[in-house]
Design a protein around this ligand. Structure first.
Ligand code: IPM
Ligand code: MG
Length: 356
């Protein structure tokens, strides 16, 4: 089991260190190799995704990824910005299937900005297509407008596109996942306006014929954004494109109390995967020892389950996380009156203790 560890920027190194501590407490044998990525790699090697880092990622069964990005790199040319590292890894490894579960833990019901009865018991899974859509579509760029409202003005453009096989494979991932859950898929699109998402809707409906045991409904993305805060528990699996999935998964994270709790997995068809917290690098709190490591620790659990064939170890980590929450330990992002505030390292230590 070879794991590439890419801590990255901001709070990335702090939270990955806690996840590694937890992995090492399992008593399994891992080969861990660390490499720089994002702004850290730009500083060390002049590129956010150096060839050595990419080669290590390709040669590993799984990648444990912290976070990338810092405001201080905003002025760099786009290909040198930290975000290009994660986009580059997704593309180079064909990590097309992104799993973003949003689970509201019983103890954190009051940490959500929504009424407790709306979120208590929430367990939804957002499946976001991760290698297509307007994120990667060509052409894109800046030019002088030849037509439109202001001919001759500077304009910028991106291309939204999906091919039938790209939609088919992510739809299958969603139906298979729903089979193991509550057997309901909501496909989120914008077919009322966009050709790309009319094809999306048509293809998802076609693939659904192979999964008669799973219920399918279609929802426009604007309505989905509304339903997520109105009646989130009505969802089971949501499948959507890259950009809508980016937005809806951040929205869904808030239902759970904190984005600091949300793990994610990005898989290719060989079950090789990149595992990262859904949150970013949070440069404002980096180095202060207050970041919540639980999203990364839970991402390590997903890694054991999806890429390393160790489902029992994954269950153990998830049970340990529930136990520390039941003990009342909270990092500042999930703190509420009557609980005990702890830092990043203490939270990691508590999970390790709960494992034993
Ligand atoms: C995410 C992030 C990334 C994305 C950024 C950092 C490129 O927001 O993983 O959701 O937009 O996909
Ligand atoms: Mg995002």
């Amino acid at each position: 089991m070879k794991i590439a560890v890419l801590p990255g920027d901001g709070i990335g190194p702090e939270i990955t260190a806690e996840a590694i501590k937890v992995l090492q407490a399992l008593g399994l044998k891992f080969e861990l190799e660390t490499a720089p990525v994002g702004g850290a790699a730009y500083e060390a090697a002049g590129h956010p995704l150096p060839e050595a880092t990419l080669n290590l990622a390709k040669a590993s069964d799984a990648i444990l990824f912290g976070a990338v990005g810092d405001w201080k790199y905003d002025q760099l040319d786009r290909p040198l910005r930290p975000e290009q590292a994660i986009l580059g890894l997704r593309k180079a490894l064909s990590l097309f299937a992104n799993f973003r579960p949003a689970i509201c833990y019983e103890q954190l019901v009051d940490a959500s900005s929504l009424k407790p009865e709306l979120v208590a018991g929430l367990d939804i899974l957002i499946i976001r297509e991760l290698t297509g859509d307007i994120y990667f579509g060509q052409p894109r760029g800046r030019r002088t407008a030849a037509d439109g409202h202001f001919p001759g003005a500077e304009e910028a453009f991106d291309t939204m596109r999906y091919s039938r096989p790209e939609i088919e494979r992510i739809a299958r991932v969603a139906f298979e996942a729903a089979r193991k859950r509550n057997k309901k898929v909501t496909s989120v699109d914008k077919a009322n306006v966009l050709e790309t998402f009319q094809l999306w809707k048509d293809v998802v409906a076609e693939v659904h014929r192979d999964y008669p045991d799973v219920a399918l409904d279609h929802m426009y993305v604007d309505n989905a954004a509304m339903q997520l805060v109105k009646a989130p528990k009505a969802f089971d699996v949501i499948v959507t494109g890259n950009m809508f999935g980016d937005i809806l998964s951040d929205e869904a994270s808030m239902l759970t109390g904190s984005i600091g709790m949300l793990p994610s997995a990005s898989l290719n068809d060989k079950k090789q995967g990149l595992y990262e917290p859904s949150h970013g690098s949070a440069p404002d709190i980096a180095g202060k020892g207050v970041a919540n490591p639980l999203a990364t620790i839970l991402s390590a659990a997903m890694m054991l389950r999806f890429s390393l064939g160790q489902p029992e170890a994954a269950d153990r980590i998830e049970a340990a996380v529930k136990q520390v929450l039941a003990q009342g330990l909270r990092t500042p992002d999930i703190y509420s009156a009557g609980t005990t505030k702890v830092g990043t390292v203490q939270m990691g230590d508590a999970v390790v203790n709960a494992l034993r």
